[in-house]
Design a binder for this molecule. Sequence first.
Ligand code: SF4
Ligand code: SF4
Length: 387
Amino acid sequence: MQNSGLDEKYERAASVICKQGIIPFPVNNITIGIIKEVVEDNKDELDLIWAFRDKPSQTLEELKNSSGLTEDKIEELTASLAKKGLLFNQPSSAGIMVYRILPLMTVGLMEYRFMGKLKGDEKEKRLAHLFQDLITQMRDQVQKNYDAFVPLLKQMPPIDRTVPLRKTEDGKPIRIISVDRQIETPTEVILASQSIEEIIDKFDEIAVGHCFCRQRRSVLGHSCSLGAPTENCFTFGKSARHTVAQGFARMVSKEEALEIMKQAEEAGLVHKAFHPNSKISRPETSICNCCKDCCDTLRLWREGAFPLVNATNYLSIIDQDICVGCGECVDRCPTDAIVLNDEGKAERDENACFGCGICARFCPEEAISLQEGPRKVFVLPPRLRTS
Ligand code: SF4
Ligand code: SF4
C-alpha cells in the first residue's frame, strides 16, 4: 500500500466515495478532480478513505483493523477529513464514536463545503465548477439512457419531506382541510412533525449554516432571483454538533431559529425536512429553506437530471370561485404545479404539488387551502433528448 502511486491512491479513494449515498457516481476525471481539490495530496488521508471500502461506518476498533493505523493517527486523520467535509465523526446514541465516510452529494461533501461562510478563493470556485460539471454529466447520463433509468428512479424513496407554511402574508392561518380518508395511514406519516414550531421545539441543539445551493450558485456567478437570505440551513442534534464542530454552522437558540424560519417564509422559501435514510418516522436531521431558483433538488429535476421525490402531508386546493387569476401562485410555485386555465383561473397539477403552502401564503384573495393526507410526490425529470 505504501508504494502505491498518488494517482492510484486517488482512484481508490474515489472508488470508495463515489459509491456512498443515494446517487452512485462514476470514478472519472471529475470525481477524482473533486477529491484532489479537497484532499490536497495527503496520502495518509487517501489511505484512510480506502479503509472504508467494505464498511462506510466504523468504530475506532474497526478502523484500526481496516486501516492498520494507530489510534492517534486515526484521530488526526478523521478530524482533518471531517473538517474537509468528507467524514462524519460523532458518537452514536450509545455513546460510541462512529466514523462514516460521506458521499459526494445528497448529503455529503458538496453540501458541507458550501454551507459555511464562503472564502471567496480560487479553490472554492474550482470546486463549485467541478460539482456543476458532475451535475451536468449526471443529467447527460440520465437523458442518454432515459428509458433504462425510469424503473430505477421510480424505486427511489422520498429524499426530503415538505413542512408547510402555516400563515398568509397577513399572518392569518392558512385554511387546513382535514380529510377522513378511511384508509390506513402509515405509522411513520402520523409521527412526522407537521409544523416548524413542533420540530424546533423537540431539539435542544439547533445549528444554522448557509444555504449550500444558493452559495454554490453565487460562487458560479448566479444571484438568486428571489434575493433570498442564505443563513437558514438548519441541522439538529447530532448533525448540529457535527456542523458546528467543523465550522460549517453556528448554534442558535430556539427563539433565533424561529425568527430565521419566519424570515425564510417572508422570502417565499419552502421548508424541507431531512430524516436519516429518508425514514420520516425518525427525528429530523436538518431543514433546508429552499427557493425555486437555486435549490439543487428542484433544479436537478427541472433540468432533467433527477426526479422530484418528496414526502408530504398536504395538497393545495384552489377555490376557483374566489380566484381572480392574478398569477401570483403560478409565479411562486416551486414545482410549477399551477397554471392559469382558459378561463383565467388557477389550476393545480396534483402530481407535482408537494404541499408547501407557498401559493396559499401569497394568494391575495385567500383562495387556496391545504388539504391533509399523506402522499409521495414523484415526478420524472423532463425528457430533453431522444437519443
Ligand atoms: S394567487 Fe390566488 S387569486 Fe392569484 S391566480 Fe393564484 S389562486 Fe388565483
Ligand atoms: S401548488 Fe405549488 S406552491 Fe402550492 S402547495 Fe403545491 S407545490 Fe406548493
